[in-house]
Design a protein around this ligand. Structure first.
Ligand SMILES: [Zn+2]
Length: 424
């Protein structure tokens, strides 16, 4: 069997992909091309890493592509734009939820756990910005630029920001969901909408807690996370905060609670854990919290003037965590804080680098969210196949990029493509 047929067979067997495809809907009043055919083109486009609707439209001219998606004409990029504006987001999200739940059920997320805890990381990212194109949901900022004649000018830049929820591990990285940050609102408002929805779609026990950046050090946000039933670890950067100062005063001059060599991040680590701190009432959080301080040392070697120069480096990290995590030991907080593997945002970075997440396929609020959900679905399916199933990838004989190319080329092979995704 060729690579693409193997991939589709895997997705059908493990994730019931043909069934998922049939759940996707859009709101066109008079559809000419069935939703399934358009959705399959977008999903296959994501898997073979086509980076625009124009390039997916080109793909739909291939005979084998048409047989696979059950539509015997090319689909124009205008149609892809038109349909993407009308795709219903709930079934797309459910598709991603169902694939991720299956992965968890099949124990594929075990290696992402830290001492038995599965933590999701939430982070705000801005995949694209523009100085010329805008829509009613663009966020705006003023930028000072210097033009070619050296004159300073103020220009307006338009951008879209999203909060992404992902689970990272040494082997597999998955994306759970995303939520746009609308103009005039903060990250934590969008993050709470995202968490509220994930509690409904994934259920409260899919993961145990969240790790977030210092943007989210806000009492009402953290209280809401607890109410939703999740533990939390947050990066603490604001030195002026009472809890930071108290933790620093209480740990100064004390022996570290734990020290070890982190072989993955290549650092000597000393950890201090301070418990039962007051997180300032001014921040709207009346309960006690814990803080872990990490002092990390390593030798950095740089080449200066053709010579290798080694210099010792130190970095300090502080994390605040909910009281329920006390007793787990400071190492758990350290690993959670660094997303365990020292690779922050791994899923998001791969999506941007290889899946054109940073490209604006069509500048329209719903179309952008729909396209990103499809990219995330393609990303998770492809990675599951490559990293959990494909022998050549696991043996290091084929890279992920080569595998994506193989899937694309496989469409040229004679195969019973029309047997996939039969309706009914
Ligand atoms: Zn916009």
């Amino acid at each position: 069997m060729n690579q693409l047929a193997q991939f589709l067979a895997y997705c059908a067997k493990v994730f019931a992909l043909p069934k998922i495809v049939r759940t996707i809907q859009d709101s066109r009043p008079y559809p000419v091309i069935p939703t399934q055919c358009v959705f399959l083109s977008l999903l296959l486009g994501a898997i073979i890493r086509a980076d625009s609707y124009l390039s997916i439209a080109q793909q739909t001219k291939r005979r084998s592509w048409q047989r696979l998606i059950h539509w015997s004409d090319p689909i124009s990029d205008d149609t892809l734009c038109y349909v993407s504006e009308r795709l219903k987001l709930e079934p797309l999200r459910q598709a991603l939820v169902s694939v991720n739940k299956q992965l968890k059920h099949n124990k594929a997320l075990e290696s992402c756990k830290i001492k038995g805890l599965l933590l999701a990381s939430l982070d705000a990212n801005e995949p694209f910005h523009s100085r010329s194109r805008c829509c009613p949901f663009c966020c705006k900022r003023e930028l000072q630029i210097t033009d070619s004649k050296g004159r300073k000018q103020t220009v307006i830049e338009y951008y879209h920001r999203y909060v992404f929820a992902q689970i990272n591990g040494p082997k597999l990285n998955i994306v759970l969901d995303l939520e746009p940050i609308l103009p005039g609102e903060g990250e934590s408002e969008a993050a709470l909408r995202l968490l509220g929805r994930m509690r409904r779609t994934y259920g409260p026990r899919f993961f145990d807690g969240i790790t977030v950046d210092s943007w989210y050090v806000q009492g009402p946000f953290l209280k809401a996370v607890e109410k939703l039933g999740w533990l939390w670890v947050v990066v603490l950067k604001q030195e002026r905060m009472e809890v930071f100062q108290e933790a620093r005063a209480l740990s100064a001059g004390q022996a570290p609670t734990e020290q070890f060599e982190d072989t993955v991040r290549e650092r000597s680590v000393k950890l201090w854990e301070v418990r039962e701190l007051n997180f300032s009432k001014a921040y709207g959080y009346g309960r006690k919290v814990g803080v872990v301080h990490s002092q990390e040392q390593w030798i950095q070697t740089n080449v200066v003037g053709g010579k290798r120069v080694s210099s010792p480096q130190t970095s300090n990290w502080w994390w605040m965590f909910c009281i329920q995590l006390e007793g787990m030991g400071p190492r758990v907080i350290y690993e959670a804080g660094h997303w365990r593997w020292g690779i922050e945002n791994k899923a998001f970075n791969e999506l941007t680098q290889f899946y054109a997440l940073g490209h604006c396929y069509h500048h329209h609020l719903r179309a952008m969210v729909a396209q990103m959900l499809i990219l995330m679905l393609g990303f998770v399916l492809f990675n599951a196949y490559a990293l959990l199933h494909s022998q050549p990838v696991r043996l290091g004989q084929v890279s992920l990029k080569e595998l994506a190319q193989d899937l694309n080329l496989a469409l040229e092979h004679a195969a019973w493509w029309e047997l996939w995704f039969e309706s009914g």
